[in-house]
Design a protein around this ligand. Structure first.
Ligand code: B12
Ligand code: SF4
Length: 474
């Protein structure tokens, strides 16, 4: 790469900031901020220097005054990633306390959904990048006039200008995250206790999903459009995997096996290149129809499958347009359980017309098909979710806010909470918990020393859990 000519460079030092920290971001502690890392990689050769700060690891800079001091002294372009619904207001409070004199660019899933609100809420935000930002950030840092950059919203003469939408970036050409910009090791820590010796990372091999499940906005971009399914060249994925030092890798594709032929080729290359990792994938049950791919995935180190099942009931699966039936789920699990995979299932409860008995069938069904663990969420309505209209048109059903849960006259907050607790306690009984620990040991997700460590720090874990529960009750 040719040396940078600093005189030609508009921004000498940019800060890429992940502004999330605190309790409810516990899960996010495991994984790096992928979208922000793509942005940092895209601009790094066009600016003097990029510093990547993840506030989960920066105790001192969790104080906006301390961070502002650093920004005033060092930074001429601040780039903030706002991706989640959770902690959105806290993040707005934090960002609005950062120095107004430093040019501030914000992007991310949630930022794209809330452009007007963010400008109003944080007077120091100068520009919002809508949608996937790799090409857009390059144009900003090279000084192209804002009016000529598609995908931008920016302030002008006391108002806000929204430029037209930017075409999607060509993911066969954009650089993958540069791990040398990272200062942190990502690991599974809960209430101050490290639960696994492994380090975690994410790799994104495709974007978009061709399916059209009615409840899901994964397959939509944050502008509400169907994001076309696109694949990275598998050689580039292998090149990226070679830069990963973590031992557990989540392929954060919406569905890793959308194109089984490509998945098989990727497994072949992982084996050929002797890349030894524990791979975690998000998948649909359809993959069970491809035992050859599963054989290779097992050999390549695929250990954890996160599978969207959503419901045991055909009527509801049809309503959600999931494109599968209960029998197909059973058939798929008869195949999947033959492998040495840890199988986690996602379910949705509180669906339209779903009775309490039907919801309480989830834990039974999950055990019948031999899932190792499950997570279950109330039906939710997102801004662009096609389900929104269905809820609005169904008498007796309602939601209080976009991104919030769906309730009904029959099953309000209290009833659904009781049902949730019942699903949880019926599935996660003591034999199941023991089974999970054994299985996690068997696939080496958790090592013997991790269990000893967790056991020794049990009081700390319990104290953390209790404190969180108390805070939720207040
Ligand atoms: C992988 C994934 C996860 C992983 C996390 C991986 C990680 N690295 O953090 C795991 C499994 C942990 C996870 C968990 C959850 N997730 Co999730 N997840 C995803 C998924 C499938 C991919 C994310 C990703 O890597 N995208 C690819 C990157 C490149 O895109 P990106 O992050 O949007 O970044 C681009 C742009 O937004 C923009 N951009 C981003 N930041 C910035 C900053 C600047 C300055 C600029 C210019 C641009 C910019 O440019 C980036 C590059 O193109 C998305 C769906 C999707 N397809 O995007 C859901 C998604 C992000 N998750 C979602 C949700 C709801 C959750 C959960 C809350 C689910 C739950 N109930 O438990 C949890 C909780 C997380 C938490 N808050 O604690 C929602 C978020 C919706 C919202 N408004 O909050 C999404 C959008 C899915 C959906 N539509 O429902 N998730
Ligand atoms: S639920 Fe899964 S398969 Fe369905 S549209 Fe969303 S990402 Fe695709």
């Amino acid at each position: 790469m040719p040396a940078k000519n600093l005189n030609m460079i508009k921004y000498k030092h940019t800060l890429a900031l992940n502004p999330y920290f605190g309790d409810s971001t516990a899960l996010m502690g495991v994984f790096p901020p992928t979208g922000l890392e793509y942005i940092a990689a895209s601009m790094k050769d066009l600016v003097g220097k990029v510093t990547l700060l993840d506030l989960r690891f920066e105790k001192v800079y969790q104080d906006p005054k301390a961070l502002s001091k650093f920004i005033r002294n060092e930074i001429d372009l601040l780039c903030v990633s706002i991706r989640w619904e959770s902690r959105f207001e806290e993040v707005c409070d934090f960002v609005s306390q950062l120095p107004p004199e430093v040019c501030t660019v914000v992007g991310g899933y949630k930022a794209t959904e809330e452009v007007e609100y963010l400008f109003h809420r944080c007077p120091n935000i100068d520009i919002i990048v809508r949608g996937e930002g790799e090409e857009i950030i390059k144009q900003i840092v090279t000084g192209i006039p804002y009016k000529d950059i598609r995908g931008l919203s920016y302030r002008e003469n006391g108002g806000i200008v929204h430029n037209e939408i930017h075409p999607l970036p060509d993911i066969t050409r954009i650089p993958f995250p540069d791990r040398s910009l990272r200062k942190y090791d990502y690991s599974l820590v809960k209430h101050g206790v490290r639960l696994s010796s492994h380090l975690f990372d994410t790799v994104l091999t495709t974007r978009g999903c061709p399916f059209k499940c009615k409840f899901c906005t994964f397959s939509l971009n944050p502008l509400g459009q169907k994001r076309s399914y696109t694949e990275r060249p598998i050689e580039s994925v292998i090149e990226e995997l070679k830069t990963v030092t973590a031992d557990v890798v989540l392929f954060s594709d919406d569905n890793f096996f959308t194109n089984p032929k490509r998945s098989e080729q990727l497994c072949d290359l992982i084996i050929e290149n002797k890349i030894k990792k524990i791979f975690v994938v998000q998948a649909r049950i359809d993959i069970a129809q491809h035992p050859r791919v599963l054989d290779k995935a097992e050999k390549a180190g695929f250990k954890v499958f996160l599978i969207g099942i959503e419901s045991p009931h055909d009527r509801i699966l049809e309503q959600l347009q999931k494109g599968i039936t209960q029998q197909q789920v059973r058939d798929a699990f008869a195949v999947l359980t033959q492998y040495d995979f840890y199988l986690h299932g996602y379910f949705i409860y509180g669906n339209i017309g779903e009775t309490k008995e039907e919801m309480l069938y989830i834990p039974k069904f999950a055990k019948e098909i031999k899932l190792d663990s499950i997570s279950f969420q109330k039906l939710r309505v997102e801004r662009f979710s096609p389900l929104k209209e269905v809820v609005e048109e169904t008498p007796g059903y309602y939601y209080n806010r976009i991104g919030g849960s769906v309730y009904s006259d029959r099953y309000g907050r209290k009833e659904l909470k009781q049902i949730r607790n019942q699903i949880r306690s019926e599935f996660y009984d003591i034999p199941q918990v023991i089974h999970i620990i054994r299985k996690a040991r068997q696939i080496e997700l958790v090592l013997g020393r991790d269990l000893t460590n967790a056991f020794l720090k049990l009081p700390l874990l319990l104290y953390g859990l209790a404190r969180r529960k108390m805070r939720k009750m207040i």
